[in-house]
Design a protein around this ligand. Structure first.
Ligand SMILES: Cc1cc2nc3c(=O)[nH]c(=O)nc-3n(C[C@H](O)[C@H](O)[C@H](O)COP(=O)(O)O)c2cc1C
Length: 198
């Protein structure tokens, strides 16, 4: 079995936010199309954002474009709010208690109607109660991110910083050494599956 084939499932790239927390996600899909569409998002249980959504029962998804400043992906996707002030790095506007990324194409604002335990992740299903589109830019697909991430992130990664790449899904961890009990936040494999990036 090759887990890499899951990279071919077409997904977008978003900043998922709730009160005082947020992270980059791609595991988003629309699950119904009524007056208040249901939207699902799978959030790793290790993410700081996960218990915060459980606590506040609402979340927003800021949709990123292909032109987005890579610093936004680096800030929200490669750091944890446990020890990093993400909202101090990126311009946001608060809508009903939740920060929305100013540079996004637009956002979906959802109230959690169900949360399902899904192995490494929690699948949150939210009822979309509010949304706004800011621009007509092309949304970034996860494939576009995978194909361009080295170029995108090279422009912001400190040159002297070491990095480790997940050999299963391509996720890059920036830091001198992988933490002892580290698992890939995207595909869940253990640190043995990471190799140093040249
Ligand atoms: C392109 C990209 C896609 C990601 N997709 C997801 C995802 O779908 N679900 C998830 O839980 N984490 C995903 N992550 C990882 C989280 O964004 C990352 O672990 C983040 O640092 C967690 O921050 P937190 O601890 O402050 O919540 C993704 C990261 C990147 C860069």
């Amino acid at each position: 079995m090759s887990k890499k084939i899951t990279n071919s499932i077409t997904q977008g790239v978003y900043v998922l936010t709730t009160i005082d927390a947020g992270c980059v996600v791609d595991a988003v899909s629309q699950v119904s199309f009524g007056d208040f569409p249901l939207i699902s998002v799978a959030v790793n249980k290790q993410n700081y954002t996960n218990p915060k959504i459980k606590q506040h029962q609402k979340f927003a998804l800021s949709i990123l474009s292909e032109m987005v400043d890579p610093k936004i992906i680096e800030t929200f996707g490669m750091h944890s709010s446990r020890d990093y002030d993400k909202f101090g790095q990126v311009k946001t506007t608060v809508v009903d208690d939740i920060a929305i990324i100013d540079e996004a194409i637009g956002y979906l604002y959802c109230e959690v109607v169900e949360q399902i335990d899904a192995d490494t992740h929690t699948l949150f299903i939210g009822k979309m109660v509010k949304s706004k589109r800011f621009t007509e830019d092309v949304p970034m697909s996860y494939l576009f991110y995978q194909q361009n991430k080295d170029k995108l992130l090279a422009s912001i990664a400190p040159k002297e910083q070491k990095a480790f790449v997940c050999t299963v899904c391509g996720y890059t961890y920036y830091g001198d050494e992988l933490p002892e009990d580290y698992t890939c936040p995207l595909c869940g494999v253990s640190r043995e599956f990471f190799k140093p990036k040249n």
